[in-house]
Write a protein that binds this ligand. Structure first.
Ligand code: PGA
Length: 249
């Protein structure tokens, strides 16, 4: 079931999500346990990471008991490439908090045996006890992670081909669409559905149509995010522009 949360603006929205994540981290710490977070990249979660860094600096939120798994990585980009998602996570979050580096996981874009690395990534998630809370953005193709359509609920971590719309949407970051990788490694829709909670963020009118399809149309491989309707605890956190085409608010 998808629960909708429409906030007055994205700053308010990310404060609510960061407070939610901080509550999870602190509750686990109080119980002597680790919190396992699934993290996303792209422009959408940047203000969320800024707010988590602020909570660390100003309100003493510690990430020492946090383990993270990122959704995806571009194939062919190493951790030192400034468009790799490992680089993004270091700059946006990991370098600014007290998380243990070895407890942060991003798929390896340079793995020689991609299938073995993907299976190992799934195994590492299981060994950590599964993901407590997965943060998601959504692409205009309906992708979550880099699960471009068609992608169904049985898909697991694997290499995928990037949609041309996605490559164009990310061209500005690379300076030229020709430089955007054609493949990526991503958790599957099934991997995401296994997470105990899922929180999808979307801002702006550019996402309004795909948000409506994800929430209101019957689940279909043509819109991978629509499979989130089958999740028991999925929240869509939206600004008014992203929620504008929804019939039910
Ligand atoms: P964006 O990308 O946050 O840059 O809009 C979202 C996504 O592709 O998941």
């Amino acid at each position: 079931m998808i629960r909708l949360h429409v906030h007055p603006d994205k700053a308010t929205a990310v404060r609510a999500v960061a407070a939610d994540i901080a509550g999870l981290i602190r509750a686990r710490a109080a119980a002597g346990k680790r919190a396992v977070l699934g993290l996303a990249t792209g422009s959408t979660p940047i203000p969320l990471y800024a707010e988590l860094v602020r909570l660390h600096r100003e309100e003493g939120l510690s990430f020492r008991n946090v383990t993270t798994f990122n959704l995806d990585e571009y194939s062919g980009l190493g951790p030192d490439h400034d468009q790799s998602y490992r680089w993004f996570m270091q700059r946006q979050l990991f370098d600014h908090v007290d998380v243990t580096p070895a407890e942060t996981h991003v798929p390896d874009g340079l793995a020689k045996d991609v299938a073995a690395a993907a299976a190992a990534y799934e195994a590492a998630i299981r060994a950590a006890g599964g993901i407590d809370l997965q943060v998601l953005g959504i692409g205009r193709t309906g992708h979550i992670g880099f699960n471009e359509p068609p992608a169904g609920p049985a898909t697991r971590t694997r290499q995928v081909h990037l949609d041309e719309l996605t490559r164009r949407d990310n061209a500005a970051f690379f300076g030229d669409v020709a430089k955007v990788p054609r493949h990526a490694v991503t958790m599957g829709v099934g991997t995401i559905l296994d997470c105990r909670r899922v929180v999808l963020l979307a801002w702006g009118e550019g996402k309004a149509d795909i948000v409506r399809r994800s929430v209101e149309d019957a689940p279909s491989d043509d819109c991978p995010a629509s499979w989130l309707q089958r999740h028991a605890a999925c929240d869509f956190v939206l600004d008014p522009a992203a929620a504008a085409r929804l019939a039910r608010r």
